[in-house]
Design a protein. Structure first.
Ligand code: SF4
Length: 356
């Protein structure tokens, strides 16, 4: 039997035993607890994780050779005994980042629009897979912008999930939702957590016997990071939004970034893993590294001039272990451009003036 809701969703009414819910699972403690609370209430939960591609977890898995390891969300789902659904959404997500209707947080983080976007993706999945509502691990007042009471309401409305978005950890402080009103979940067995303290969540984790969970910053969103946001603004100013591919967005979180006086971008690896990643980007410009001494791998983006190559080689020399010498030999690594240049490492003050 179906029944229309005020928000336009066609609700499939089932017996209490077969209620199915989508849980947004980031793999952090709050989303793990919210899922566990729903499982305790007999709800059949499908954990959904939406990959925006803009997280330090993605970078770390790539540059720290953790690719074979589970993601935080996968680990959490396994711990909860559930099969994770991962949805990739970079291309659709970027317009949200570039033009957020509700503005940015302290950096380039469009948190309210981001939550709306993630929930719309989850809603689509819910409708296609015969689930009845969505829940998240959001806690009232935990974050300055996106988790204040009015922001939670804006997110609920904006995602088209009015009445069908349950926040089990703060539900007792919020208006009852359809799952509570219909008795699918017991409101009395939900929680009234609020604020930034993690104490109540840790106590609940202990009660559930959950001992393995990541620290809050573990999944880290690029967009709340000051340096990343500065680089992203610079990228958009110089290279334009159309150039912002998933790979470019990731590269902005890797290495040191410099802008030459000619406006060409140079990326210098900081350690072995970053150098290895940069070395894989041959198709994006000219690569170089020092040959007599250990040094970074550098990418000079696009099709640089001789002058730009020389300046980038001087930067590469400075970041090598021979940075204090008068001259350093730098090898260009591209297939169609094989050359060795001898340059004087650039002075640290000059390098600082070029940093993005
Ligand atoms: S911190 Fe990043 S991932 Fe989290 S809501 Fe804000 S923009 Fe989205």
């Amino acid at each position: 039997m179906t029944q229309p809701l005020p928000c336009g969703i066609l609700l499939i009414v089932k017996s209490e035993k077969s209620i199915r819910a989508v849980g947004l699972l980031s793999g952090g403690l709050d989303s793990i607890l919210a899922t566990r609370v729903m499982l305790e209430q007999g709800i059949a939960v499908t954990p959904v994780h939406i990959e925006t591609g803009l997280t330090y977890e993605r970078r770390n898995r790539l540059t720290r050779r953790q690719a074979s390891q589970e993601s935080r969300a996968e680990r959490a789902a396994r711990m909860l005994g559930l099969d994770l659904v991962s949805l990739r959404a970079f291309e659709d997500y970027i317009p949200v980042v570039l033009n957020p209707k509700h503005g940015y947080g302290s950096q380039m983080n469009p948190c309210v629009d981001c939550r709306i976007f993630l929930l719309r993706q989850a809603k689509r999945w819910m409708e296609e897979h015969d689930h009845q509502f969505i829940f998240t691990g959001e806690v009232l007042g935990q974050r300055p912008n996106s988790q204040l009471r009015h922001a939670l309401r804006t997110v609920e409305r904006g995602s088209g999930l009015e009445g069908l978005l349950l926040r089990p950890l703060s539900a007792k402080l919020l208006e009852p939702t359809i799952p509570e009103e219909r008795g699918w979940v017991e409101r009395d067995n939900l929680y009234a957590f609020q604020g930034r303290s993690r104490g109540p969540q840790m106590a609940l984790a202990q009660e559930f016997g959950i001992t393995e969970y990541p620290q809050p910053a573990g999944g880290g969103c690029f967009l709340v990071d000051k340096t990343y946001s500065r680089r992203l603004r610079d990228f958009l100013d110089h290279e334009g939004p159309d150039a912002l591919t998933s790979e470019q967005a990731l590269l902005l979180a890797i290495g040191r970034h410099l802008r030459l006086p000619s406006q060409r971008r140079v990326v210098v690896g900081r350690h072995h893993e970053e150098n290895a990643h940069i070395a894989s980007l041959q198709d994006q410009g000219v690569l170089m590294t020092t040959i007599d001494d250990p040094g970074p791998t550098t990418l000079v983006s696009g099709d640089p001039t001789e002058g730009e190559i020389e300046l980038a080689a001087r930067i590469t020399g400075r970041y090598s272990s021979a940075g204090d010498r008068e001259a350093v030999r730098v090898k260009l690594l591209n297939d169609n451009l094989s050359a060795i240049v001898t340059v004087a490492p650039l002075a640290p003050a000059e390098i600082r003036s070029l940093m993005i």
